[in-house]
Ligand binder design. Structure first.
Ligand SMILES: Nc1ncnc2c1ncn2[C@@H]1O[C@H](COP(=O)(O)OP(=O)(O)OP(=O)(O)O)[C@@H](O)[C@H]1O
Ligand SMILES: [Mg+2]
Length: 257
């Protein structure tokens, strides 16, 4: 397994994201309960679990698209989900997300990737150099003037990654980013994820159903079941000997869902 860019200071792993007691209810149904988790700077953390278990909801709350009913989220020690608008705005500049389907704007590839920088008021030259860098990272140099709607599904998803990392977020949230892709595009996207982690030192949380993807990409993994984080651990430990019987059943495919 490739080493990720996990960051150590003074021999200790540094926590980027601290989640404490997070809960969420939709229409009387509790979909997340008492989630607590530390994610370290530079790691790739995989969130696995059956369909409907709360993975997307958790990522949307971390991306501040949805509000939690209970609990705290801290980014570098700062609470980002409280009443402090300034903290939310600051956090939005440091977190980005790639979804299962990327929904690019009906515009050129260049403008899709540049958008996040334009709204931040960056000058044209800096924008061009950052867009070039990101298109190189996803292997799509030369696509600048193509209309987004003319791209294949795999190319669209690669542009979605370029758009998400162009402003160098500290935390990248990935919600089943390869779910709609064929195997050769899955390989490409996984390589892009590793490159982002290693070269940009971006901390990544990825929600996925695919056990092999967890093994190929992640440093640590969490098992989310019915809205509860029942186990977390290093991938090599959880896959060899899960502490919770339900995690083991999920990994070996015995869990029906
Ligand atoms: N906006 C919403 N309103 C009502 N219920 C919702 C809403 N969003 C999610 N839910 C419910 O919350 C639960 C968790 O959904 P979520 O999409 O987070 O699961 P998931 O683990 O991402 O599933 P999948 O693997 O299928 O993507 C589901 O029961 C879902 O129906
Ligand atoms: Mg989901």
């Amino acid at each position: 397994m490739l080493q990720s860019a996990c960051c150590r200071e003074g021999g200790k792993n540094v926590v980027l994201l601290e989640i404490t007691g997070l809960g969420k209810t939709f229409g009387g149904k509790q979909v997340l309960r008492d989630i607590s988790l530390d994610v370290e700077k530079g790691e790739i953390f995989a969130m696995m679990g059956p369909s409907g278990t709360g993975k997307t909801t958790l990522l949307r709350i971390l991306n501040l698209l949805e509000r939690a009913d209970a609990g705290h989220i801290k980014l570098d020690g700062m609470v980002i989900n409280g009443g402090q608008n300034n903290n939310r705005i600051a956090a939005r500049q440091r977190i980005s997300m790639v979804f299962q389907s990327s929904a690019l704007f009906n515009d050129t590839v260049y403008n899709n990737v540049a958008y996040g920088l334009k709204v931040r008021g960056m000058d044209k030259h800096t924008i061009k150099s950052k867009v070039d860098q990101c298109l190189a990272l996803v292997g799509l140099i030369g696509y600048e003037n193509r209309k987004a709607k003319t791209l294949s599904g795999g190319e669209e998803q690669r542009i979605a990654f370029a758009r998400a990392v162009v402003f160098e977020p500290d935390l990248l949230l990935l919600d089943e980013p390869t779910a709609n892709l064929d195997p050769s595009n899955v390989v490409k996207i996984e390589e892009i994820i590793r490159t982002i982690n290693r070269e940009l030192n971006t901390t990544i949380i990825i929600a996925t159903h695919h056990m092999n993807q967890v093994r190929r990409l992640a440093d640590r993994v969490g098992m989310l079941l019915d809205g509860e984080l029942i186990e977390t651990g290093r991938v090599e430990d959880v896959f060899v000997k899960a502490a919770d019987e339900r995690t083991r059943a999920f990994i070996v495919g015995e869990m029906v869902y």
